[in-house]
Design a protein around this ligand. Structure first.
Ligand SMILES: Cc1cc2nc3c(=O)[nH]c(=O)nc-3n(C[C@H](O)[C@H](O)[C@H](O)COP(=O)(O)OP(=O)(O)OC[C@H]3O[C@@H](n4cnc5c(N)ncnc54)[C@H](O)[C@@H]3O)c2cc1C
Ligand code: FES
Length: 256
């Protein structure tokens, strides 16, 4: 069951320009959160709609989110300080599966790397071998590589402009990994074109693939249908907040 409560910010730091890691003391949410789930944050009294942010890590009573400042809501959140209180609802949504046989590849694009750290840690706890493939625009946007390095058996970083890691996007190193070994699953979060490329590559290699989708949200709990998307070969709608945000890639209608 999700909890709605006021929680205290216990840590806050900049990971890159306009990218903030924020930790809350939120025992009820931290204890029940699963990788791929998100929290819904009230960003000030003047904004009735909460903002969905994925859970990036949990440790004891604490949970961490990593967010990019994009508009008024995330700017408000970024202006809070350690010790301030924030109204949070969570954990929400359906996260990544955790019963795979074989090694796991986690793929993160940009800020989509954040939830994949929690996914990598969860897979590692289940004794899977975990390889991370992370893609960023440029060196200035690279985040969390030390954290992934500490958890994963392998880490490949790419940047579009080649200023850090391999030049290009995640597709080439992912393809190389899939050509080399049979993996149990690929789990991914990032921009939609990246997710689509990952899903198509996994379909060709017949590897189970789960992706985390982003959609504009209202209630966050399945009641308002703002986040409904055409899925399942176009046969029915799914609510990204409740049935997702993580879906089996085979269910996603990419042009829908
Ligand atoms: C399941 C889920 C998990 C997410 N996890 C993260 C994360 O870990 N880190 C991160 O930086 N961002 C994440 N996002 C995107 C984040 O929710 C938006 O960047 C944020 O809501 C923007 O709010 P704003 O007020 O700053 O921007 P504004 O553009 O001013 O927001 C206006 C409205 O649009 C909505 N909105 C705007 N952009 C998005 C978007 N991309 N997705 C959904 N709603 C949006 C806002 O919630 C708000 O209702 C996630 C989105 C979803 C759906
Ligand atoms: S945001 Fe209301 S149903 Fe998904």
């Amino acid at each position: 069951m999700p909890t709605q409560a006021i929680y205290t910010i216990s840590d806050m730091r900049n990971l890159a320009e306009d990218v903030i890691s924020m930790t809350f003391i939120a025992p009820e949410i931290a204890r029940s959160a699963a990788a791929g789930q998100f929290i819904h944050i009230k960003c000030g009294h003047s904004r009735p709609l909460r903002r969905p942010i994925s859970i990036s890590d949990v440790s004891g009573d604490k949970l961490t989110v990593i967010f990019e400042v994009r508009g008024a809501g995330t700017r408000w959140l970024a202006s809070r300080d350690i010790g301030r209180k924030v109204d949070i609802l969570g954990p929400l949504g359906h996260g990544f599966g955790d019963t795979f046989s074989g090694g796991i590849i986690v793929v993160g694009g940009g800020i989509g790397a954040a939830p994949m750290l929690f996914a990598a840690k969860a897979a590692k706890r289940k004794a899977h071998s975990v390889t991370a493939v992370l893609g960023f625009r440029s060196q200035a946007n690279v985040i969390l590589t030390d954290e992934f390095d500490a958890v994963c058996d392998g880490l490949v970083t790419t940047t579009d402009d080649g200023t850090a890691g391999l030049r290009g996007n995640v597709s080439a190193p992912l393809e190389e990994l899939l050509n080399t070994k049979k993996y149990g699953a690929v789990l991914a979060c990032g921009p939609k074109p990246m997710l689509r490329a990952v899903a198509e590559m996994c379909a060709i290699h017949k590897i189970h693939c789960e992706i985390s989708l982003e959609e504009r949200m209202g209630c966050g709990v399945g009641a308002c249908l703002v986040c409904a998307c055409l899925m399942h070969n176009g046969e029915r709608m799914s609510r990204v907040c409740k049935d997702g945000p993580v879906f089996d890639a085979k269910e996603v209608v990419w042009n829908g």
